[in-house]
Design a binder for this molecule. Structure first.
Ligand SMILES: [Zn+2]
Length: 284
C-alpha cells in the first residue's frame, strides 16, 4: 500500500500540470473515470458495474444469435441511462481548455459521446460510440435513436420491474424475460444483424483509427491522460509512444495506473476537482 498523496503534494503536482498545459498542443487521452461523475458505468465491462455479467466478446456477439439477442435486450434497458446522461464538469473543462487553444485533440476510450456534448470538437472515439449501430451483414451505419424508436414499437410491453433495476441503473433480467424481447434488423439490407458501433472485447480497433491516434500523439506537445488506469494496451500504447519520443506525459486519475512510471506529472485526485481548477486557471 502506498500512502495517499498529501494536500501539499497534490498542490505541487497541480502546479506542474498547469505549467505543462500552458505550453499548449496538448492531446487528451480519456477513459471511463471521466464519465463516472455522469453516472456512466464502464460498458466495456473492464472496470465498471457490468462486471457482474460476463463481458460480451466479439466472438460471442457475432457467432451466438441467442447471446446477441440477450445483449440487445439488456442494452435496450440500459440505453435509458446512457441517453439521459449529461456531461460533467470534467468534460466541460476539457472543452474550455480546447477553446482556449491549449488542447489540440481528444482521443477517448469512452463510447458515451459526453466529450462532444461537453463542447469538445474533433474527438476521436477509439472504441467507437453507442449512439450508432453497424450492420454485420452490409456494414450500414445507422443512428441508435432510430433503432430505439423501432424497438419501442416492437416491444410495447417489454421492460424490467423497478425492483429488477440496481441503483446504478443496470438491469438484472432473467433469461426467460430476455428471450421474450423482440429484436429488429438492419433497414438498409432487410434483416442483417445489428451491432453497436463499439469495439468489443476480442475485437481490434480499426487500423486507420489507431494510425490517426498515433499521428496525433506524435505531433503533441504533451499527452494528458484523464481517468484511465491504462490497463488495456489499446490506450496504453499511446503513452508508450509518447514516452519513447520524449513527449511529456501527465496522468490525472484517482488511484494508481499502469502508466505511472512513464509519467512526467502525476496527479492522484478526482477529475471533478482537478479539471475545473485547471480550466479556471488556464481558460478563465
Ligand atoms: Zn444491413
Amino acid at each position: 500500500m502506498t500512502a495517499a498523496p498529501t494536500l501539499e503534494q497534490r498542490a505541487g503536482s497541480l502546479d506542474a500540470l498547469a505549467d505543462l498545459i500552458a505550453d499548449g498542443d496538448v492531446v487528451v487521452l480519456s477513459g471511463a473515470g471521466l464519465s463516472t461523475d455522469s453516472g456512466i458505468p464502464d460498458y466495456r465491462g473492464a472496470t465498471g458495474s457490468l462486471r457482474r455479467h460476463t463481458p460480451m466478446t466479439y466472438q460471442t456477439f457475432t457467432r451466438d444469435p441467442r447471446g446477441r439477442h440477450r445483449y440487445w435486450a439488456r442494452s435496450y434497458v440500459g440505453w435509458r441511462q446512457i441517453r439521459g446522461a449529461r456531461p460533467n464538469e470534467g468534460h466541460r473543462s476539457v472543452g474550455e481548455l480546447q477553446r482556449a487553444g491549449l488542447v489540440d485533440a481528444v482521443i477517448t476510450q469512452n463510447v458515451d459521446g459526453l466529450h462532444q456534448a461537453g463542447g469538445a470538437t474533433g474527438v476521436v472515439e477509439l472504441h467507437g460510440g453507442l449512439d450508432r449501430t453497424v450492420c454485420l451483414n452490409c456494414g450500414d451505419v445507422a443512428g441508435r435513436a432510430e433503432l430505439d424508436r423501432r424497438l419501442r414499437e416492437a416491444n410495447p410491453a417489454f421492460g424490467p420491474r423497478v425492483d429488477e433495476i440496481n441503483p446504478d441503473g443496470d438491469a438484472e433480467l432473467p433469461d426467460e424475460l430476455l428471450d421474450g424481447f423482440v429484436m429488429v434488423g438492419c433497414l438498409a439490407c432487410g434483416d442483417g444483424p445489428l451491432k453497436p458501433d463499439v469495439v468489443f472485447f476480442g475485437e481490434t480497433v480499426p487500423r486507420d483509427r489507431v494510425e490517426r491516434c498515433f499521428e496525433l500523439v506524435e505531433d503533441a506537445g504533451s499527452l494528458l491522460v484523464l481517468g484511465s488506469s491504462l490497463t488495456v494496451m489499446s490506450g496504453y500504447r499511446f503513452v508508450l509512444r509518447a514516452a519513447k519520443l520524449g513527449i511529456p506525459v501527465a496522468i490525472v486519475n484517482s488511484g494508481p495506473t499502469r502508466g505511472d512510471a512513464k509519467a512526467d506529472v502525476r496527479v492522484d485526485a478526482p477529475l471533478g476537482v482537478v479539471l475545473p481548477e485547471l480550466a479556471r486557471r488556464m481558460a478563465g
